[in-house]
Design a protein around this ligand. Structure first.
Ligand SMILES: [Zn+2]
Length: 116
């Protein structure tokens, strides 16, 4: 459920971010690349297509840093994986049936069956 909320929040919050990026980055210092987007297309690719390439590169670097930091933090924590848990010690189970006539299984810690 948290993942869905994060995805919806990212979707909603990214709209104003992209509007601000268009206004201040693409129509600011990035106008050299962005101008091609507002002109009639002359080729299949235009200079404006470099923006998603650069933004994807920045995103990949940020994700890689996040994954690297998370791996280091996980390595520093004590193991919580199932196979590293200490198993609860169960009482020993009898290996074979009790030969007594009562048929009660003999087990360590269990009182001996009454003698007939
Ligand atoms: Zn524009």
């Amino acid at each position: 459920m948290t993942d869905v909320l994060v995805a919806v929040a990212a979707l909603v919050l990214m709209e104003p971010v992209t509007a601000l990026a268009h206004r201040f980055v693409m129509h600011g210092f990035g106008m050299g690349w962005h101008r091609s987007h507002h002109e009639s297309p002359r080729t299949v690719l235009e200079a404006n297509d470099l923006f998603p390439v650069v933004f994807a590169g920045v995103t990949i670097v940020i994700l890689a840093i996040g994954v690297y930091c998370d791996e280091r933090a996980a390595a520093a924590r004590p193991h919580r994986h199932r196979r590293h848990r200490v198993r609860r010690r169960l009482p020993a189970r009898p290996r074979r049936r009790d030969p007594s006539p009562t048929g009660i299984l003999a087990a360590p810690g269990r009182p001996a069956p009454p003698l007939a």
